[in-house]
Design a protein around this ligand. Structure first.
Ligand code: ZN
Length: 203
């Protein structure tokens, strides 16, 4: 499986990192070795001194599809979850400055913890889901999928022009404002519509 991640999909987050608001989706990949499941801890990597959390809504693909039209995109996913796109911000800044690819900053082992998924039928409107991230009991990110620049169905249409989506693939849909560093000992809890779906420690 592959993990497709969208960058800069919320205006407030693009602005906080001084990035332009994109005219088409920006995406990158993480390998399956990035996944962390079952609330297992995230081990702080030794190659970065500035690992940031990015809390994101995650879409589970359940059919093979290529060149999917946005109006049919809803047929290609069955579950919605929440995850963290861990980013080595110091390495990413170096990549950006030099115009290099982002893999060292984004695709490292354990950089994609994911929580419990819920059937999409649980949600009256996919484009109106509240989600949040708490660290050590304090809310650090709050978002709603209504604020996405490109909605979930548009992201599926766009990314599937370039790569075939397969059953089991995951789509990280971008992070709202409020990203920041984690440190060893932090506890991260991510929720959708007030329901806790991911809860793990940084070790
Ligand atoms: Zn992200």
């Amino acid at each position: 499986m592959k993990i497709i991640c969208i960058g800069r999909n919320y205006i407030d987050h693009a602005k906080e990192l001084n990035n332009p608001v994109p005219k088409k989706p920006v995406f990158f990949l993480k390998p399956d070795t990035a996944l962390v499941k079952d609330n297992k801890p995230f081990f702080y990597p030794d190659f970065s001194e500035d690992v940031h959390y990015e809390c994101e809504i995650v879409v589970h693909i359940n059919r093979v599809g290529k060149n999917i039209a946005a109006k049919f995109a809803h047929r290609y996913y069955d579950e919605i979850g929440i995850g963290i796109d861990f980013t080595a911000r110091d390495l990413q800044q170096e990549c950006k400055t030099k115009g290099l690819p982002w893999e060292v900053a984004k695709a490292f082992d354990n950089s994609a913890p994911i929580g419990k998924f819920l059937p999409k039928s649980r949600f009256a409107d996919i484009n109106n889901i509240n989600f949040s991230l708490d660290i050590n009991g304090k809310t650090v990110q709050q978002g709603n999928t209504a604020s996405m620049i490109f909605k979930i169905d548009e992201l599926i249409a766009y990314t599937s022009r370039f790569m075939t989506l397969k059953m089991g693939d995951l789509l990280f849909t971008g992070t709202p404002a409020g990203v920041g560093p984690v440190k060893i000992g932090d506890r991260l809890i991510a929720s959708m519509e007030g329901e806790e779906l991911l809860n793990f420690m940084v070790k």
